[in-house]
Design a protein around this ligand. Structure first.
Ligand SMILES: Cc1cc2nc3c(=O)[nH]c(=O)nc-3n(C[C@H](O)[C@H](O)[C@H](O)COP(=O)(O)O)c2cc1C
Ligand code: SF4
Ligand code: SF4
Length: 227
């Protein structure tokens, strides 16, 4: 099984974690944890996802962290994954097939794939503003311009189900700042104006323009005997 999540604050998104913990059981299946990150860093998200899958009785045999355009701005990792990323991803897929074949031939279950990260898993990354100080925007929500025509598209795309269908300018629940409503609104009516959030985005744009690399990890396949 290929199991993917985006990186939020250097970790598996905290709203996704309970689903990973509660909805999946591996029953000794092979798994490949994959994270996407928006050009800053994946920090400890991959090791956290690997550990959660191992806890759920999957055997992780490969893992990858791949760069994807940042949800906050199209000026970070613009249009990635691009052509060369896709070639890397295809190469990764081929290596997964090879390792599965090798493990099946050897008849051994390997140790959890080695990945980059710190254990025990440290706290979430603290977003910073352009002044280098923590930018507190946990409660920031999108606003809505008067040209909204109540098409309800944003209601449908909000992964948290937080946009009120009677009045889409109202955000009733939690906003994870995914920007889906901002991007999908055909009227460009949704926007964020929270100063701390905008300052963080500006800080990212200033400091994380270098093209981050995808990182791939593959098991050597030679560890634990099958019981
Ligand atoms: C709330 C939030 C926090 C994020 N934190 C990070 C981060 O710590 N490091 C990073 O490189 N990218 C970060 N990103 C960018 C996402 O990882 C990126 O948008 C995602 O992998 C691409 O998939 P998407 O199109 O579903 O957003 C964050 C995005 C959001 C919305
Ligand atoms: S998608 Fe845009 S126009 Fe449609 S309801 Fe939402 S804010 Fe209004
Ligand atoms: S940014 Fe994402 S979570 Fe927040 S209201 Fe829009 S769609 Fe929902």
């Amino acid at each position: 099984m290929i199991f993917g999540t985006p990186v939020y604050a250097g970790r598996v998104p905290n709203k996704v974690l309970p689903m990973i913990q509660g909805l999946f059981q591996g029953n000794d299946a092979f798994a490949v944890p994959v994270v996407t990150f928006g050009n800053r860093n994946y920090d400890n998200a991959l090791i956290e996802l690997r550990n959660e899958l191992e806890n759920n009785h999957f055997h992780t045999i490969a893992a990858g962290a791949f760069v994807a355009q940042h949800a906050f701005t199209d000026q970070l990792a613009t249009m990635r994954p691009g052509k060369s990323d896709q070639e890397e991803i295809r190469g990764f897929a081929k290596r997964i097939v090879t390792i599965v074949e090798m493990i099946q031939t050897l008849g051994k279950i390997p140790k959890p794939v080695h990945v980059k990260g710190i254990e025990p898993i440290p706290p979430y990354y603290t977003p910073l503003g352009i002044d280098g100080k923590p930018a507190k925007f946990l409660k920031a929500k999108p606003k809505t311009k008067s040209n909204c025509d109540h098409c309800d598209l944003c209601v449908k795309v909000c992964p948290m189900g937080s946009i009120n269908s009677e009045d889409p300018s109202k955000i009733d629940g939690i906003c994870i700042k995914c920007q889906a409503c901002v991007k999908k609104c055909p009227k460009q009516a949704k926007y964020f104006d929270d100063p701390a959030f905008l300052s963080h985005v500006e800080m990212l744009k200033r400091n994380y323009q270098r093209a981050a690399k995808n990182e791939i990890f593959v098991s050597d396949g030679r560890e634990n005997e099958i019981q």
